[in-house]
Design a binder for this molecule. Sequence first.
Ligand code: SF4
Length: 439
Amino acid sequence: MSTVAFMTLGCKVNQFETETMEGLFKRAGYTIGKFDEPADAYVINTCSVTSLGDRKSRQIIRRAHRENPDAVIAVCGCYAQTAPEAIQSIEGVSVVLGTKERSRIVEYVEQAMREKTQVVNVTDVMQAKTFEDIPLYDMPERTRAFLKIEDGCENFCSYCIIPYARGPVKSRKPIHIREEAEKLVKAGFREIVLTGIHLGAYGRDLAPIALADGTMRKITLADACREVLAVGGLKRLRLGSLESLELSPELFELIRTDERFCAHLHLPLQAGSDQVLHDMNRHYDTAEFARLIENVEREVPGIAVSTDIIVGFPGETEELFADGLAFVERMNFSRMHVFPYSRRSGTPAAKRKDQIPEPVKKERVHRMQALADRKAREFHEQFLGRTMRVLFETTKDGITDGLTDNYIRVYTDSPVTSGELYEVHIEKLYKDGVWGQVV
Ligand code: SF4
């Protein structure tokens, strides 16, 4: 029996796609091995969202080949899609696939094994019009299940390479979402996290449905959520990253009224200055964003709003950066991911002459991160002394951690079972979250 090992870089969509590929290999009779142990084939699912993602992808490919010179090395994902020639030229690479064609990965790996040749199949992702629907043949080894329901993005934010790596919006059919969610709940998952590259665009490419009165209605993310919520036994539904403007009243109503809907939204702000947002080709301003968050916080008390911020975007003066800091100070973000701007060749922002020097970016990341840490602490402090439901995940050195529905990481030394929900009394701040005891 052959062994295949996987390495995933990047986002939750990539993690999900790796899990589906693992299922395909298992169904074909392979054993899934560890990446740092000998295997017959290695699959590296790459990321290209920053230049660091590209570099890490190259390093991992080289390491896999150095340590296992006879193994087949298959490379797929966003970096392979946007720079196939660069991947092909790395010594030891046997298979190159982009962000499509993964449903045939077993076939390509076996062809490379048999013929001892390099197999390349990176097709024009801009022509892909339908969701590559690979059912889950194996259950992921985690406590929260990711379920990918959408691929592609047409927003073309001026800094982002992803629309070129993933192509246009492609949505999974509602019926298939229900089927996959049923499998996951049956396998014992308490929480499903819906993911996509541009999740809020879900349904845009699907045919509208005819209503009883003869009118037509578009399918939206709210429909996808209802499919999952219809599955008996599901305890929690969480949404992956969502553009703020796409939080529709219908979706918001579901969050407000269905207690299984996690009180957590990840809404990427990206910049806290209107000038920078405009230059990024984001289609909102800070006032709109703030109004939306205020409304969300008023209607769903205790909800967590987490966000992403890019600092050092071309043309970001010290004044514009200060605007960003001031805006973030006003907001009640529960968690922030702060990134330095990364120049992605082929994007409009990469062509700008007013790039910010690396040391300046680094210093701004540091200042924004310090603010993010304080904001997170302030958010966590609101919950000290309360009892919250926690889905526990991993145990290390006698301490288990898990998440509340509003995405606070809770640590405990109470005896708990991974994958189960417990009521926990929150006692104090601890690491990146809080410490509590099961009640
Ligand atoms: S919405 Fe913008 S940042 Fe997000 S994937 Fe699309 S282009 Fe990239």
